[in-house]
Design a protein around this ligand. Structure first.
Ligand code: AMP
Length: 214
């Protein structure tokens, strides 16, 4: 499959993407995960990105596009990809469109995950993430606690992300409304937007699979 997952922070993009990779071997590409790995590795890119991320601001488009141009041409993308958290601005969407036509790749559709604001807020404040960059399994202190604070998959400590303080969360939601929500209309006009109104990631995954099977 070749799809974009669009939705507010906390809408469940990461969880849905991980579940969908089992479907046909498509890879999950999360710009947030890539950026967090760069931050942890202390690379120049990571150092530059961290300031924006900690505030809940978007990393500049030029940095993201440079990163994604390379990533989308790696061999594991040939089977398909699930874009999680990218594009996030109209500029990124336009640049992605140009890149995909250059690579002669067509998207199946853009899945717009619509989740009520109170659900998103609750999820973000209770979310915990595996600290192992290669794993990043998602937990929730209410609905999916990590036994003993350790990841069930890899045993690494499960932590709260630096950008999941209340102030940063509110700022991320505001950034979403201003910069990313306009992509809904952008892709609707292109005729490739599909709405998935749900509060459960499992239901969304089933609905996306049905849409893919047509
Ligand atoms: P996420 O894990 O998708 O919520 O991303 C965490 C943070 O990484 C965001 O709040 C941004 O600072 C940054 N980020 C992730 N993806 C992008 C993107 N496509 N464009 C700009 N910044 C991004």
């Amino acid at each position: 499959m070749r799809i974009i997952l669009l939705g507010a922070p906390g809408a469940g993009k990461g969880t849905v993407a991980k579940l969908l990779t089992d479907f046909d071997g498509s890879v999950q590409i999360s710009t947030g995960d890539i950026l967090r790995s760069e931050v942890r590795a202390g690379t120049d890119l990571g150092k530059e990105a961290k300031e924006y991320m900690d505030r809940g601001d978007l990393v500049p488009d030029a940095i993201i596009m440079k990163m994604m141009e390379g990533r989308l041409q790696e061999p594991d993308c040939r089977k398909g990809f699930i874009l999680d958290g990218f594009p996030r601005t109209i500029q990124q969407a336009k640049n992605l469109g140009e890149l995909l036509s250059r690579l002669q790749v067509r998207l199946d559709f853009v899945a717009n995950l619509e989740v009520p604001r109170e659900v998103v807020l609750d999820r973000l404040t209770t979310r915990r993430t595996c600290s192992n960059p290669a794993c990043q399994e998602i937990y929730n202190i209410k609905t999916k606690p990590a036994p003993g604070g350790k990841c069930e998959k890899c045993g690494s400590p499960v932590v709260q992300r630096d950008d999941e303080t209340e102030a940063a969360i509110l700022h991320r939601l505001d950034t979403y409304t201003k910069k990313t929500a306009p992509l809904v209309d952008f892709y609707r006009k292109e005729g490739i937007l599909r709405d998935f109104v749900s509060v459960s990631s499992a239901e969304t995954v089933q609905a996306i699979k049905r849409e893919l099977l047509g």
